[in-house]
Design a protein around this ligand. Structure first.
Ligand code: NAD
Length: 294
C-alpha cells in the first residue's frame, strides 16, 4: 500500500481524508500545527521547512501521494491576514515544491491541493493580489487589499485560493510534474460543515456572509463526501486528470457562473484570433507532451 502526506490532518476535511486512507490500508504522515505526526506551523518559513524535511525523512524520500488541506478561513481580524495568506498559499506551494522529487520517485504519484469555490464566487478579487501571491510575496498580497478596510479577509482568502489554483494549473502540466507520472489537481469545496465553517457560523457577521452564498442543493457539504472525492483523485482512476479544479459545492459556482464558464468570445476577438492563427498554423511544429504523448 502507499505512503501519503496529508496536511491539516488534525481536523475537518484533512482528517477525513487521512482516516479514509488509513482505512484503505495506506500509511499516512500527518502534518498539522496540532495533534499530528509532524507538528509544524505552516505560517512560518521554519515550520514549512520542518514539514518538508520531516515528511521526506519519514517517507524515505518516496511518496505515493500528498494532500494539502491545512488552511485558515477568512477570519475578520486584520492582524490574522498575514497568517491566513502564508498558510493558505505558501503552506501549499512550498510543500508541493519540496515534496515533488519524492512524488516523482514513485512514478505514478497523485497530489491534491485544497482550493475553494471562493475562488470563483467572491466578487472583485484583485489581479494584483493574486499576482503578489504567485510571486511568493504574501505580505504584498495582504497590503494590496487595504482598501477593503476591516472587510478585507474574504478577499485575501479568495485570492490565496485563486493563486493556489493557478500555481497548480501552471505546474501540473510541466515535464517535472506530468512527465514524471505525478497527477496534480485541485479540489474546490463549497460550504462544508467542518470546525472551520462552524467557527464562521458562530459569529453573526460571518454567518450572514456565509448564508449570502446560495447552495442550490440545500444545506452544507459533509467532510466525508469531500474525502471520497479526494481519494478518487488519489486513485489510479485519476491517471488522465491533470491540472483540473474540481468543484464540489452543491451548485454555488454554477449558480454564479452559469454563463461565465465555459466561455464564448465576441466577434472582434474571433477575427483577431483567425488572423493570428493562420500565421501560427503555417509555422507550427507538433507540440511534444511531457510524457511523450500518443
Ligand atoms: P479545519 O479548520 O477543520 O482544518 C484545517 C486544519 O488546518 C486544522 O487541523 C488546523 O490545525 C490546520 N492548520 C491551521 N493553521 C495551520 C498552521 N499554521 N500550520 C499547520 N496547520 C494548520 O478546516 P477545513 O474546513 O477542513 O478546511 C480544509 C481546507 O479546505 C482549507 O484549506 C480550507 O481553506 C478549505 N476549504 C474549506 C471550506 C469549508 O467550508 N469548510 C470550503 C472551501 C475550502
Amino acid at each position: 500500500m502507499g505512503v501519503y502526506a496529508v496536511t491539516g490532518s488534525a481536523s475537518g476535511m484533512g482528517r477525513a481524508v487521512a482516516e479514509k486512507l488509513i482505512a484503505q490500508g495506506h500509511r499516512v504522515i500527518g502534518v498539522d500545527i496540532q495533534e499530528a505526526d509532524i507538528v509544524a506551523d505552516l505560517s512560518t518559513p521554519a515550520g514549512r521547512r520542518a514539514a518538508i524535511d520531516g515528511v521526506l525523512a519519514a517517507a524515505d524520500n518516496r511518496l505515493d501521494g500528498a494532500v494539502l488541506a491545512a488552511g485558515l478561513g477568512p477570519v475578520p481580524d486584520p492582524t490574522r491576514l498575514p497568517v491566513i495568506a502564508a498558510v493558505n498559499y505558501l503552506g501549499v506551494v512550498e510543500l508541493l515544491d519540496g515534496w515533488r522529487p519524492a512524488l516523482a520517485a514513485t512514478g505514478s504519484a497523485r497530489a491534491v491541493a485544497f482550493g475553494s469555490n471562493s475562488s470563483t464566487t467572491v466578487p472583485v478579487v484583485q489581479g494584483r493580489t493574486v499576482r503578489a501571491f504567485l510571486a511568493g510575496d504574501t505580505e504584498r498580497a495582504v497590503r494590496s487589499v487595504r482598501l477593503f478596510g476591516k472587510q478585507a479577509a474574504p478577499f485575501v482568502y479568495a485570492a490565496s485560493k485563486i493563486a493556489v489554483s493557478h500555481w497548480v494549473r501552471r505546474h501540473a502540466v510541466r515535464p517535472e510534474w506530468a512527465g514524471t507520472g505525478i497527477r496534480l489537481n485541485v479540489i474546490a469545496p463549497g460550504a462544508i460543515l467542518t470546525p472551520l465553517l462552524e467557527r464562521q457560523l458562530a459569529s453573526p457577521a460571518e454567518a450572514k456572509a456565509v448564508k449570502a452564498f446560495p447552495v442550490p442543493t440545500g444545506g452544507y457539504g459533509k467532510p466525508d463526501h469531500i474525502a471520497d472525492w479526494v481519494c478518487m483523485m488519489l486513485s489510479p482512476s485519476a491517471e488522465f486528470l491533470c491540472g483540473s479544479v474540481i468543484f464540489v459545492d452543491g451548485g454555488t459556482d454554477a449558480y454564479f457562473r452559469a454563463e461565465d464558464w465555459p466561455r464564448a468570445v465576441p466577434l472582434r476577438r474571433v477575427v483577431g484570433y483567425l488572423r493570428r492563427f493562420r500565421g501560427f498554423a503555417a509555422t507550427r511544429e507538433p507540440v511534444e507532451t511531457p510524457a511523450g504523448g500518443e
